[in-house]
Design a protein around this ligand. Structure first.
Ligand code: PLP
Length: 494
């Protein structure tokens, strides 16, 4: 069967833009004194900037003005572009404008989760409990602990077979037992540690069946998977609120995004108040605007960031998220199957795509080597940028590592952790984005083979610094000489 016209157009566009990211050709000198291209595998923390969005925003800046006015030319252009950004994002996540609004909040997902936790709390104060999983990033955990009376953490299943997906039977038990008290379920669409994809629509059906709302943390899904939050033919599968980060969606510098049902938001006064969200202000009262998103966006928003993000999203949509997912899947499949051949490597979470679909992230350890050493060698000798430690997901990492750690440390007290313990309690995470290639994955695998073979020798080249990090004894790159703002500015002003 041939490819459809849309798929062909998507592929052509993907090939055209896949290398169009700022930082893809960045080079650093490695510990062997060779100048090599950095391979960026830290996209889960923050992705690289899509160059067309940076350029379009630069050209937009010639017309920049504050929004909420259409009087002068620039105010008109700015307001129209900013309005477009909201609509563009709503369409991208399958959220009809009659039902949902999109508003920008703070720097990332964290701001959005905090905001929606307060909205749901105030909307239904009689329901004082939130349900989350132990898989969550701290940003989809602590806001619920702070804003709600109580939080139930659903465990993951398959501790024995290392599956590490959310235990849906236990989720249903908790919803049944807490019926009437559970306000909402807040769940990540994709884990930032294992990359495991959660069945968010099954979870939505379950939550709604027991009278709970559902918020989805889309920080790790929106740039990697197709998103369709509204389902007219299956209303229970519909998501009440989706939150994600622009800086993880190929647009650093852009804001956090909240997409939420207007009917929920209309039930209470907006959580944030100030300029822009009011109709009239008298000394003794004020009248909040009815219109969305204005009533949810107090103060001057990050207009350039929002426009840059919507520009990126326009391109992702033109390529097609199904296609992008397919391309990334190939790299994930390849990397996971190669990891499986390395006996010394432990990959956390199920590696069988059928039982345990994944996106973007693979967290692992090399037996006998500390995560910090492996991450440092990958950086210093192979110019591969990965992240290590616990990725702001301590309960999940602890769950996955507790057997290993118990062998060395006995009973684990996470409240009282020695430096030695911290050097063991963590993982290395390699993560991918649309600019990642099969060749990048091959370089990673080759590097890991070398580290497995020469781990002891590498270890001798490092010492532990006062941050409890591995630091090379001889290789001391001068980061200030590589880049500092004042020099960059002087060069520009010269
Ligand atoms: C799953 C998940 N949720 C929330 C966050 C927090 O995002 P931000 O730092 O953009 O607020 C992250 C960041 O890594 C994440 O991976």
């Amino acid at each position: 069967m041939g490819l459809s016209g849309d798929t062909l157009r998507g592929k052509t566009l993907f090939e055209k833009v896949r290398n169009d990211f700022l930082g893809l050709d960045t080079t650093y000198e490695n510990a062997r004194g060779e100048l090599t291209r950095r391979i960026y595998m830290d996209s889960t923390a923050s992705s690289l900037m899509f160059r067309p969005s940076a350029e379009i925003v630069t050209s937009f800046m010639s017309h920049y003005a504050n929004t909420h006015s259409k009087l002068h030319h620039s105010a008109f252009i700015s307001t129209a572009a900013y309005d477009w950004a909201h609509s563009r994002i709503l369409a991208f996540v399958g959220a009809p404008e009659e039902i949902y609004t999109c508003f920008f909040a703070g720097a990332g997902t964290t701001a959005g989760v905090n905001r929606m936790a307060r909205v749901f709390r105030d909307l239904r104060p009689e329901k004082d409990t939130a349900v989350i999983s132990i898989m969550e990033h701290h940003s989809n955990d602590l806001p619920h602990r702070k804003h709600m009376q109580s939080v139930i953490h659903i465990p993951v299943q398959g501790i024995d077979d290392n599956l590490m997906c959310i235990d849906l039977a236990k989720l249903e038990d908790a919803l049944k037992a807490g019926k009437g008290k559970i306000n909402y379920v807040s769940i990540t669409a994709v884990s930032n540690v294992t990359g495991i994809i959660n069945p968010i629509h099954d979870i939505a059906r379950m939550a709604h069946k027991y009278g709970a709302l559902i918020m989805v943390d889309g920080a790790q899904s929106v740039a990697h998977l197709p998103t369709q939050i509204f389902h007219a033919d299956d209303p229970d599968a519909t998501i009440d609120a989706l939150v994600f980060s622009g800086h993880k969606t190929y647009t650093p510098g852009s804001p956090g995004v909240v997409i939420a049902r207007k009917d929920h938001l209309l039930g209470i006064e907006p959580e944030e108040v100030g300029g822009g969200m009011v109709e009239r202000v008298m000394e003794d009262k004020y009248l909040v605007k009815e219109e969305f998103p204005d009533r949810e966006e107090a103060g001057t928003p990050n207009i350039p960031g929002a426009i840059a993000l919507a520009t990126t999203i326009e391109v992702l949509d033109r390529i097609g998220m199904d296609l992008l997912m397919e391309i990334e899947d190939e790299i994930m499949h390849f990397a996971l199957s190669e990891f499986a051949r390395l006996e010394q490597v432990i990959v956390y979470g199920g590696t069988d795509f059928e039982n345990c679909p994944r996106a973007a992230s693979i967290s692992f350890n090399i037996r006998g080597l500390d995560h910090g050493l492996v991450a440092a060698v990958l950086n210093d000798y192979f110019n591969i940028a990965v992240r290590n430690q616990c990725f702001c997901a301590h309960p999940y990492v602890k769950e996955m590592m507790s057997d290993e750690l118990k062998k060395d440390f006995g009973e684990i007290d996470f409240g009282n952790m020695s430096d030695e313990f911290m050097r063991k309690a963590g993982m290395v995470r390699a993560s991918f984005g649309m600019y990642s290639t099969m060749d990048d994955a091959k370089v990673l695998i080759a590097a890991l083979k070398d580290i497995i073979e020469n781990g002891e020798a590498y270890g001798k080249l490092y010492e532990i610094n006062d941050q409890n990090d591995y630091e090379h004894i001889h290789y001391k790159p001068d980061h200030d000489a590589i880049f500092n703002i004042k020099d960059a500015l002087d060069e520009y002003l010269d």
